[in-house]
Design a protein around this ligand. Structure first.
Ligand SMILES: Cc1cc2nc3c(=O)[nH]c(=O)nc-3n(C[C@H](O)[C@H](O)[C@H](O)COP(=O)(O)OP(=O)(O)OC[C@H]3O[C@@H](n4cnc5c(N)ncnc54)[C@H](O)[C@@H]3O)c2cc1C
Length: 394
């Protein structure tokens, strides 16, 4: 019997597996795809804090980034710039492979082409039913980690509920005409309530994408046509890919002998949709909790509840304020967004925020509260009351 079976060989699943195997446990990863890193839809932008905290190999970093250009709906430009590297753009396929290699280096077994169909939690073990080749595969483990990313039915089947909210991301790899800074575009015609982006991956290539609650591919085709007309990209005749992004976590991310982590748990920044860093942070907590539970031979729901308490203590406030700001932003008209750009520039708020330690790529709540704390900004968007600064849960 395995100590832990991890379902999903994305970065988060591989990281939990790596940590648990490193602590001496017998671990298997089941991945439904034919290869790790296959068909990933992700822009791969992570903050420098994530790179340092998880020792991300430089071989999977395509570019380092210290600036971005933000465009308001009417084309007003706000350029954010800092001396030091703020973020890195990953080769997402290579990243997933290196995370799996790390785990395999600690002895984790990977079985590919193995979609998990069902999980049955019994008193002394978990039974995992896999569609593997013609015969199928039935495995037993002391505990299971669900790291299946967005859209798996397993959590719903187990009674852990659904995401309260989600959005769809659409993206394309394009050839560019020497665009060398990240560009972010706002406006209801581009990505209503969200934003679009152009992220250069090399001097001649970039990822162009956007988030939208409806018709993401239609909006992306329009964005590509507009970038082509502006001479920023070389062709708009490119293949699109799409993926779901949770905006709110599951109501419950554990039960007896079971933990849910990463996108499968909804551990994602609601402001930007970035999930790699928060997923890895929670993977760390999940692995520690399971390690202790295995050592004490206590995999009860009560023992694993520690996981949820700890990750909510770390991220709950960020997710709460981020989601509140997200909903507020979705209500803004193009005129209001343009007005905010004007206010930020004319009042030097961009300079002040950039100097403040509170503005970081990964932690947004402080900057949101500081920005909305400016009467001139909150009046423009009609904010009457800021969310509780002490809010721990969401
Ligand atoms: C367009 C777009 C752009 C994005 N850009 C960024 C970005 O710039 N920065 C960032 O931080 N995040 C970004 N994200 C989000 C990021 O991709 C996710 O947060 C991240 O992939 C989550 O990692 P994970 O390991 O939890 O899940 P995943 O990477 O989704 O991995 C889950 C794995 O589980 C496997 N699986 C699923 N079901 C089963 C099953 N039943 N049995 C076996 N295996 C299964 C899947 O095949 C997959 O390999 C973006 C997302 C989208 C859609």
């Amino acid at each position: 019997m395995y100590d832990v079976v991890v379902i999903g060989g994305g970065p988060v699943g591989s990281y939990v597996a790596y940590q648990l195997a490193g602590a001496g446990h017998k671990v298997m990863v089941l991945e439904r795809k034919q290869r790790v890193g296959g068909l990933v839809c992700c822009t791969g932008v992570i903050g420098q804090e994530c790179v340092s905290s998880f020792a991300i190999e430089s071989s999977v970093i395509l570019r380092q980034v210290n600036s971005a250009k933000l465009f308001s709906p009417s084309g007003n430009l706000l350029r954010l710039w800092r001396e030091e590297t703020q973020a890195c753009i990953l080769d997402r396929v290579a990243f997933d492979i290196t995370m799996a290699n790390r785990a395999q280096g600690e002895g984790v077994e990977y079985v590919l082409n193995s979609p998990v169909k069902n999980i049955e939690v019994e008193e002394d073990k978990v039974k995992v039913e896999v569609s593997y080749q013609k015969t199928g595969l039935n495995l037993e483990a002391k505990a299971v980690v669900i790291a299946t990313g967005f859209g798996s039915r397993l959590t719903e089947k187990l009674g852990l509920g659904n995401f309260g909210d989600f959005v769809i991301g659409a993206q394309a790899e394009v050839a560019t005409a020497e665009v060398d800074e990240i560009e972010v575009y706002f406006g209801r015609k581009i990505a209503p309530g969200f934003f679009g982006w152009l992220v250069p991956t090399s001097p001649q290539t970039a990822r162009v994408g956007l988030l939208s609650r409806h018709s993401p591919e239609l909006y992306l085709r329009e964005l590509l046509a507009s970038l082509l007309a502006q001479g920023k990209i070389v062709s708009a005749d490119v293949k699109l890919s799409c993926g779901g992004i949770p905006l709110k976590p599951l109501g419950r991310t554990f039960s007896e002998r079971l933990i849910v982590v990463g996108d499968a748990a909804g551990q994602v920044k609601p402001t930007s949709g970035g999930g790699i860093y928060y997923g890895l942070l929670c993977a760390d907590i999940a692995a520690n909790t399971l390690h202790q539970a295995l050592q004490h031979d206590d995999l009860s729901a009560k023992s694993l509840a520690k996981y949820e308490r700890e990750w909510r203590r770390k991220l709950g406030r960020e997710l709460k304020i981020g989601y509140w700001a997200r909903k507020l932003f979705e209500r803004l008209s193009d005129r209001q967004i343009d007005r905010i750009f004007d206010i930020i520039k004319t009042n030097g708020i961009d300079e002040a925020l950039l100097k403040a330690k509170s503005l970081s790529f990964d932690w947004h709540s402080q900057a949101i509260l500081r920005l909305l704390g400016r009467t001139v900004v909150s009046k423009t968007i009609g904010v009457i009351r800021l969310p509780s600064k002490a809010g721990k849960d969401i």
